[in-house]
Design a protein around this ligand. Structure first.
Ligand SMILES: C[S@@+](CC[C@H](N)C(=O)[O-])C[C@H]1O[C@@H](n2cnc3c(N)ncnc32)[C@H](O)[C@@H]1O
Length: 248
């Protein structure tokens, strides 16, 4: 799927996107994003970039669950960023939003136009699978990170335990698209999700792709029985360590 086509999958569902996310994951998506953030053990003055930020849930989770003071959210879809800005306005009074700098940018993660070596942390939650030119995106992330900067990627996967895998596939391929028709009025976005997760899990060797893009200390952790995988990697990071991520 091209980036433009991806745009068409996400744009029509923007208004219902958050509700769908929380509904279909039974609210566990908040926990996955929190795990991603904890893995960095972030410091207040680190510069953070969240790619494919959608409606900003990783950005807001960083502001809520870490001392980070400056964060940029970037997405191809202007409608997603619009919603992120609206959420930011809604959260304005919250204590965790005080004295924080949040920037939003509508652009392609493959060619961001941002300065080289500008970020200590780059994240991407449930977005890398949708980028058609992943090699270019990983090269771009490598360019954007400072030396020893860290990358964290969350992506859906399939459980390795067959007892969990079979019912999960049924849920993904049959139940979710049907519920999607009811909630979104269209089966297609959820069908696309199921297909792309299957393709990603079975066909893509993402750890090798990270290594090819020049990342080091690549670490892969399964979350929630393998429903989601967290990849951590470092740009030229001989001395970098991650804070430990507990498997659940
Ligand atoms: C499944 S959503 C994930 C949103 C968010 N990270 C989250 O955790 O909920 C994927 C997002 O990736 C964005 N996207 C897809 N291809 C992109 C690209 N090439 N560059 C930037 N954003 C992209 C879509 O617009 C969409 O908002």
């Amino acid at each position: 799927m091209s980036d433009q086509e991806t745009h068409f999958v996400f744009d029509p569902m923007v208004r219902k996107y958050d509700r769908c996310n929380h509904f279909f994951s039974l609210g566990v998506d908040h926990f996955w994003r929190k795990k991603l953030i904890e893995a960095f053990h972030p410091h207040p003055h680190q510069q953070v970039l969240d790619l494919c930020c959608g409606t900003g849930d990783v950005v807001f989770s960083f502001l809520k669950n870490s001392p980070v003071q400056s964060i940029t959210g970037l997405d191809l879809s202007a409608s997603m960023i619009d919603l992120a800005r609206k959420k930011q306005t809604r959260y304005r009074g919250r204590s965790w939003m005080q004295k924080k700098n949040t920037f939003w940018k509508v652009t392609n993660a493959v060619q961001t136009g941002l300065d080289s070596n500008g970020f200590d942390i780059v994240t991407c939650a449930f977005g890398i699978r949708n980028i058609s030119n992943r090699t270019a995106a990983l090269n771009e992330i490598h360019r954007l990170l400072k030396t020893q900067g860290k990358l964290g990627i969350l992506e859906f996967s399939l459980p390795s335990n067959p007892l969990l895998r079979y019912p999960y596939r049924l849920y993904l391929n049959r139940i979710m698209p049907s519920l999607g028709k009811y909630i979104l009025g269209d089966k297609e976005p959820l069908r696309y999700l199921a297909q792309s997760i299957g393709h990603w899990h079975n066909e893509v060797d993402f750890s090798s792709e990270l290594a090819q893009a020049g990342f080091k200390l690549i670490r892969k952790t399964s979350l929630t029985g393998g429903l989601v995988t967290l990849w951590m990697a470092v740009k030229d990071g001989v001395f970098s360590v991650y804070s430990s991520v507990e498997q659940d």
